[in-house]
Design a binder for this molecule. Structure first.
Ligand code: HC0
Ligand code: SF4
Length: 574
């Protein structure tokens, strides 16, 4: 341990701490911009490129970047000297001198870390003016927009894409003033193996990387009297949306969410959780089928589209191992345009399905033609949690004051098992609840599988089912997934089933969620809330969802039937 003094406050901290770590401990705020430290999620960006965290260290002629300078015993640090303050302002002013000033109409207006910093430092004038970079705006993909004019070269996106996701799409290009970040040869995003996980979007401090904005399309559908517009919400939305209306991370807003969606004009408010229950019935059947018939093992979950895209691009030889189940929101889209449309005598052509997702990749997933039925997309528009908040704000919805309302029947009837899909470990826990009861015929009393829970990037658990031991692997973050896939490729995997989610934390930490600004406690609070929501449910196992069972009886016959195969399953393209 070492003892240091920061602004006259003494703290004793571990030797490996930086000045910034010590300042946090001392309760002294040092502004940062490029820095990112999600320690438990293993996402750390320490490039020290922005020079915003400069501090004065007694006895040193030069200022030190707090994020990259280790502490020494007896160090006397000041964050508030004129020299430090001036240096910080200078760094921000220099960044601003090469940054567009269209903040008022920027996608990140009031959500931008650079803007917030300029405000905090009281910058009212940019003393330097000169040439500005002007790069090509990349709108080639269905999911991510890349606007390098707004890039401040913090390199957080590179950390997310390379160190965490191991996708290797983004890296520095050119030199000097021409330096920018992009794919090799500055190819358009659509021509790369980008998974659209949105990891880069989630950590970009400015609007250099944002999601494609589909809000206008949703308004257009809602205003079209000929359209029957149905909405569905992913499990992770209900534990995060409140943050965009000033609520504490982890506030559960399920009822207000349903009410708000009704207020802005959706004809039906359905739940992706219904599709998650259907997924469990299909996926659990598939797992048992594979186990009992010598099928390919391990079986991998298939609900995360960035993960599906990752395996297609990077492990094309393994595409027969994910479950063939379409993802829950695509299943809901299919069910609305087949079963529900037939039952209510609505022409599927007149239906618009909108998915509210914590995810950027879901935008690209919905456009995949192999998921269509009869040439119609199952899901027409996907918007993120952030985009939904924009819609509520635009519509003047006082979210906080909304009453709690229920989702509509039948596709709004859901279980606790489907809610936990929103966190890492949840899909496989939900599957085990069902597999266990199906195999033993006995009621499972202890349904909370603690060994499958947690925030570690790679986890495993052993579950007893009717005398058989199921080995389960869990990975979140594509870099962790890569390790499990390499084991499978080398014939070293001991698992029967593996859950993979691309985003750190699972969907709760998705690329379309409210920005966490590097605070991983936000992701943990959402995870806690997901498990609370499960506990609040009367029915907590997917195979006991009455409306799902009724639908099978009326339409699909039984899980894994021929009709279910035709409509609820898909194939992958190497
Ligand atoms: Fe997820 Fe999903 S759980 S991927 O994490 O499976 O996005 O929340 O909607 O589809 O249900 C995201 C979240 C979903 C799907 C579900 C799955
Ligand atoms: Fe990399 Fe994901 Fe961003 Fe694509 S969306 S560039 S894979 S971090």
């Amino acid at each position: 341990k070492v003892t240091v003094t920061i602004n006259d406050k003494e703290v004793t901290v571990p030797r490996e701490y930086t000045i910034l770590n010590a300042a946090v401990e001392a309760g002294v705020k040092i502004p940062t911009l490029c820095h990112l430290d999600l320690h438990d999620l293993k996402m750390v960006n320490r490039t020290a490129s922005c020079r915003v965290c400069m501090v004065d260290v007694e006895g040193s002629p030069r200022l030190a970047p707090a994020c990259a300078t280790p502490v020494n015993d007896g160090m006397n640090i000041r964050t508030d000297t004129m020299k430090a303050i001036t240096a910080r302002r200078l760094s921000v002013e220099l960044l601003l001198s090469n940054h567009p000033t269209d903040c008022l109409v920027c996608q990140k207006n009031l959500q931008c870390e650079l803007q917030a910093l300029a405000h905090e430092l009281g910058i009212r004038e940019i003393h330097y003016s000169g040439e500005r970079n002007s790069f090509h705006l990349d709108t080639s993909s269905q999911a991510v927009i890349k606007n390098q004019d707004k890039c401040i070269l913090c390199r957080r996106c590179e950390t997310a894409c390379n160190a965490v996701q191991t996708c290797g799409i983004l890296s520095a290009l050119n030199r000097g003033f021409e330096t920018t970040v992009g794919p090799a040869f500055n190819l358009p995003m659509v021509e790369t193996s980008c998974t659209y996980c949105g990891g880069c979007v989630a950590v970009c401090p400015t609007a250099a990387l944002t999601e494609v904005n589909h809000v206008p399309k949703v308004w257009e559908a809602l205003r079209n009297p000929k359209k029957y517009v149905v909405v569905q919400t992913a499990p992770a939305i209900r534990v995060a949306l409140g943050e965009l209306f000033g609520m504490k991370p982890g506030t559960i807003v399920t009822g207000k969410l349903a009410a708000g969606l009704r207020r802005i004009g959706f004809d039906k408010v359905f739940d992706t959780d219904f599709g998650a229950d259907v997924t469990i019935l299909e996926e659990a059947s598939e797992l048992l089928h594979r186990l009992e018939n010598g099928g390919t093992l391990p079986m991998l979950t298939s609900c995360c589209p960035a993960w599906v895209s990752f395996i297609e691009h990077q492990f094309p030889d393994l595409v027969d191992i994910p479950s063939s189940c379409k993802s829950p929101h695509i299943m809901v889209g299919t069910i609305i345009k087949t079963y529900y449309a037939e039952k209510h005598n609505i022409n599927p052509e007149d239906i618009t399905v909108v998915s509210i997702m914590p995810c950027v990749a879901k935008k690209a997933e919905a456009a995949r033609t192999e998921l269509s039925i009869d040439d119609h997309e199952n899901v027409d528009i996907v918007i993120t949690t952030r985009e939904l908040a924009m819609m509520f704000k635009e519509a003047g919805i006082d979210f906080d004051k909304l009453p709690d309302e229920d989702y509509d029947h039948p596709l709004g009837v859901t279980t606790g098992a489907s809610v936990i899909f929103g966190t890492t470990g949840g899909v496989i826990e939900a599957a085990v609840r069902t597999v266990h009861e199906w195999k033993t015929g006995e009621e499972l009393e202890q349904i909370e599988y603690e060994q499958l829970r947690g925030i570690e990037g790679l986890r495993e658990g052993k579950v007893q089912v009717n005398g058989m031991e199921l080995n389960i692997g869990i990975a979140h973050g594509l870099g962790n997934a890569r390790k499990l896939l390499e084991d499978i490729r080398n014939g070293q995997s001991q698992y029967h089933a593996i859950e993979i989610m691309a985003c750190p934390g699972g969907c709760i930490g998705g690329g379309g969620q409210p920005y966490h600004y590097g605070n991983e406690e936000v992701v943990k609070a959402r995870q806690k809330a997901i498990y609370q929501e499960d506990q609040r449910k009367n029915v907590r196992k997917s195979h006991l969802n009455k409306e799902v069972l009724k639908m099978y009886e009326e339409y699909f016959d039984k899980p894994y039937s021929e009709k279910a195969h035709k409509l609820l399953h898909t194939t992958y393209t190497p």
